[in-house]
Every structure is written in structure tokens, then in C-alpha cells.
Design a protein. Structure first.
Length: 140
């Protein structure tokens, strides 16, 4: 990964073989980003995406392999128990231009990935909510 900072924004490039979620987490740790949002695009050949089933409060995930374009990756950055917490959603298009999307758990770059992170001055934590079954923003 390479990147350049412009004010409160970072422009990142990931290279073939890099895992998106872990690379973004490590980057946010290195730069001490506590709150922000990000967007990205690129190409991956492996991904794990999921859907949260609200009735039973569980994620269901699917592993995808093949050539996929990231047509949109959006997410936010916060902290939970002092650790970087990424909430990422992705849309992936296959060779037939069909798209699949959901919560992004993992993705491996097959060609390149281009991302922009905007850091927000401040901090918002997260806390597990029993009623919903998810880690929600916690405003103090």
C-alpha cells in the first residue's frame, strides 16, 4: 500500500494480493484515525460479503471467488474498546456485469484498489446493542 495525505484526506493505493479490510485497519491504526469515512473502487478476486438477518440477529456470509470489479465500497471508521472499527459495504460486479453486495468482511486485491479516507476531527465509540444485535455508535 502507498498513500499520500492532503489536509484531513488520504489517498491510498493497494496492490495485488493485499487484503482490503486488514490493510485499512492497519492504516487507520498507524495514522491514529479515530473517526472518518471512506470510499473505494478497484478489482478483487476473493471476497466475503454478508447480510444481517434482523429477525435472528445474525450475519449470513458468502465467499466469492473470480474476477470482480469493486463498483462501490463505502464505509465508516470509528473505535470500539479503543480498537479501530470499520463498517464497510461493497458492491461487486462479475464478468457478466451482475452485481452482488453486502457487508464486507474480507477482499483480496487482484489488480489494484484505490481508496479515499476522510478523517473527522473527533471520536465516536461503539457499543453492542442487545435489542438490535449490532455494535452501534455510542455518543458520549
Amino acid at each position: 500500500m502507498e498513500y499520500k495525505k492532503f489536509g484531513n484526506k488520504y489517498v491510498l493505493r493497494m496492490d495485488k494480493g493485499e487484503e482490503v479490510v486488514e490493510t485499512l485497519k492497519k492504516f487507520c491504526e498507524k495514522e491514529n484515525i479515530k473517526l472518518g469515512w471512506l470510499k473505494g473502487l478497484g478489482a478483487v478476486n476473493k471476497a466475503t460479503i454478508g447480510l444481517f438477518e434482523t429477525k435472528i440477529k445474525e450475519y449470513h456470509s458468502v465467499n466469492l471467488e473470480g474476477d470482480f470489479e469493486i463498483t462501490s465500497l463505502l464505509g465508516n471508521i470509528s473505535r470500539m474498546d479503543g480498537e479501530v472499527y470499520l463498517h464497510l459495504h461493497v458492491n461487486l460486479a462479475d464478468e457478466k456485469y451482475n452485481t452482488q453486495g453486502g457487508h464486507l468482511s474480507k477482499a483480496v486485491i487482484s489488480a489494484t484498489g484505490e481508496f479515499i479516507i476522510e478523517e473527522i476531527d473527533g471520536e465516536v465509540g461503539r457499543e453492542f446493542n442487545d435489542e438490535v444485535g449490532l455494535n452501534l455508535y455510542k455518543f458520549e
